[in-house]
Design a protein around this ligand. Structure first.
Ligand SMILES: Cc1cc2nc3c(=O)[nH]c(=O)nc-3n(C[C@H](O)[C@H](O)[C@H](O)COP(=O)(O)O)c2cc1C
Length: 195
């Protein structure tokens, strides 16, 4: 299995960091492309240099349009853009592919492969919503970075794992990152806790 992970300059690079680790642990061949701002936000929010991801994935330069993921002949099982900025979302919704990340997303769309975008912005304005509608109409999965709370999280990583597990589900990758709804959880509700 081969997956592309795009990282942009929206807040929430911890989602990408956790996803790349999980894909590595699950034995998935992973290709990573980060935008310039994506790299900077990851450094700022997680203290992680994108080059550190090379131990878990093949990391490509966003300016290198000669990279394999720029071509439809390079077979992949899908792509996720996490977190996805409104800037990159707008570019993809309008067919723009002048960077490796946006080109790879265009390729995944034209080859009718699985594209998941994880937008992060609040609030959305009309053009954001219109761009998301365009993508949804083109069969792109819009998976907002808005974790549920019904698994009664105590720590940030549980919220992160919630979204990462939904991404893995969307990529059809089997995992056991979180308890699924309907499975018994022993976690007390927040007002039942003593800690
Ligand atoms: C710390 C930080 C957080 C940001 N968070 C967001 C965000 O959550 N959503 C968003 O759309 N843009 C956010 N931005 C703005 C984007 O980084 C900016 O629009 C940039 O042009 C995106 O470029 P890219 O799509 O090439 O990564 C943030 C910028 C910074 C510096």
């Amino acid at each position: 299995m081969r997956i592309i992970v795009g990282i942009t300059g929206a807040s929430g690079s911890l989602y990408a960091y956790t996803l790349i680790h999980a894909l590595h642990q699950l034995g998935v061949e992973t290709h990573v492309v980060a935008t310039e701002t994506g790299e900077k936000v990851m450094q700022y929010e997680c203290g992680v240099d994108i080059k550190d991801m090379q131990q878990f994935a093949e990391v490509h330069d966003d300016k290198n349009l000669f990279a394999p993921v720029a071509s439809g002949s390079f077979q992949t099982d899908g792509m996720v853009i996490v977190p996805c900025s409104m800037n990159t979302l707008g570019a993809i919704a309008n067919g723009i592919g002048d960077t490796l990340l946006s080109r790879a997303a265009n390729v995944v769309m034209k080859e009718k492969r699985n594209l998941i975008v994880v937008p992060r912005e609040a609030p959305f304005h009309l053009f954001h919503l219109q761009n998301m509608t365009k993508l949804a109409e083109a069969n792109v999965s819009i998976m907002p970075a808005s974790p549920g709370f019904y698994h009664r999280p105590k720590e940030i990583w549980e919220l992160i794992n919630f979204i990462v597990s939904r991404i893995l589900d969307g990529l059809n990758i089997d995992h056991s990152l979180i308890d699924r709804w309907g499975e018994k959880s022993n976690e007390p509700r927040i007002n039942e806790r003593t800690d």
